[in-house]
Design a protein around this ligand. Structure first.
Ligand code: PXL
Length: 284
């Protein structure tokens, strides 16, 4: 059985970061160890959220794991609360990264704005972490901010390809920009492999609303799928389809909340699709 470690916060209320990574990756048959970076009373889109920093607990845990000889098949990082945490995670990649796939979701911004609590220099710091990654999963805003590019609401294929070239320049082997839309009815991901020079994209139905936590759902599903032996492109496709199914479930639920999507109700869909692809079905 594969074991990964996910490094990000735990938001008590909010259906994001570790409260998504744990159930999604576990449901995909992969052990999900955690290195929590902070505990928040609720995610940072909530007014008045409380933030308890866990930076000082990270290194002692990593040292203990070294003593135990624990290793990981993948390291998946998400929201990191400070510059110092980025340095600690870079050190973690050095200590635990050999033989592990490194997947970085630079979760820090969306819809053209940084999450509460980050200053304008933080994306540049997060970009340092991308250097050592096998796969990075920024949304359009995060990609722009890390590259110092102008954020646009409307763009064409050349703009997204330009972002992907810039991300490759940061040093990541593969980059996938999420939340891309070239057409008002379609939403998905465009990826670039810096080793082969190939692009890949996957789109699905676009719903006319903003949903929180979908980046974390997407990144967790990608990580779980790669650990199940799917190619990166198949993993991206599965994650797009699952994320859109989560949104579909949310829209169908008249009592859905504003702060997250009904990802739990779409887990059977995820597992069904994963089983079919793992059994050798071509990904359509
Ligand atoms: O889903 C991204 C995310 C993760 N962690 C925290 C957040 C957010 C988005 O707002 O606030 C704490």
């Amino acid at each position: 059985m594969k074991r990964i470690v996910s490094i990000q916060d735990i938001s008590d209320i909010g259906k994001c970061s570790l409260t998504v990574a744990l159930p999604v990756i576990s449901a995909m048959g992969v052990e999900c160890a955690v290195l929590p970076t902070a505990v928040l009373s609720a995610h940072s889109q909530f007014e008045g959220f409380r933030f308890h920093d866990l930076t000082d607990e990270m290194q002692p845990a990593a040292e203990h794991w070294k003593e135990l000889g624990i290793g990981f098949d993948a390291i998946y990082t998400g929201y990191l609360g400070s510059y110092r945490q980025v340095d600690i995670v870079s050190g973690f990649f050095r200590d635990f990264g050999s033989g592990a796939k490194i997947i970085v979701d630079p979760a820090m911004a969306d819809n053209g704005v940084l999450y509460a609590g980050f200053d304008a220099g933080f994306p540049g710091k997060m970009a340092e972490l991308c250097r050592g990654a096998d796969l990075i999963l920024p949304n359009v805003t995060e990609a722009c901010f890390m590259l110092g590019e102008e954020y646009r609401e409307e763009y064409d294929r050349a703009y997204i390809r330009g972002l992907l070239q810039g991300l490759a320049g940061l040093g990541a082997k593969k980059s996938a920009v999420t939340g891309v839309s070239f057409d008002k009815d379609k939403l998905g991901v465009v990826a670039y492999d810096s080793e082969t020079g190939e692009y890949f994209s996957r789109f699905g139905e676009r719903f006319p609303a903003i949903f929180h936590g979908t980046g974390d759902i997407f990144a967790s599903a990608v990580t779980g799928a790669i650990m199940n032996g799917l190619s990166v492109n198949d993993a991206l496709s599965l994650a797009v389809d699952y994320t859109l199914e989560c949104i579909r479930m949310t829209v169908k639920d008249p009592r859905h909340n504003w702060y997250g999507v009904n990802f739990e109700q779409a887990i059977p869909y995820l597992i069904k699709r994963l089983s079919a692809v793992s059994a050798g079905a071509a990904y359509l």
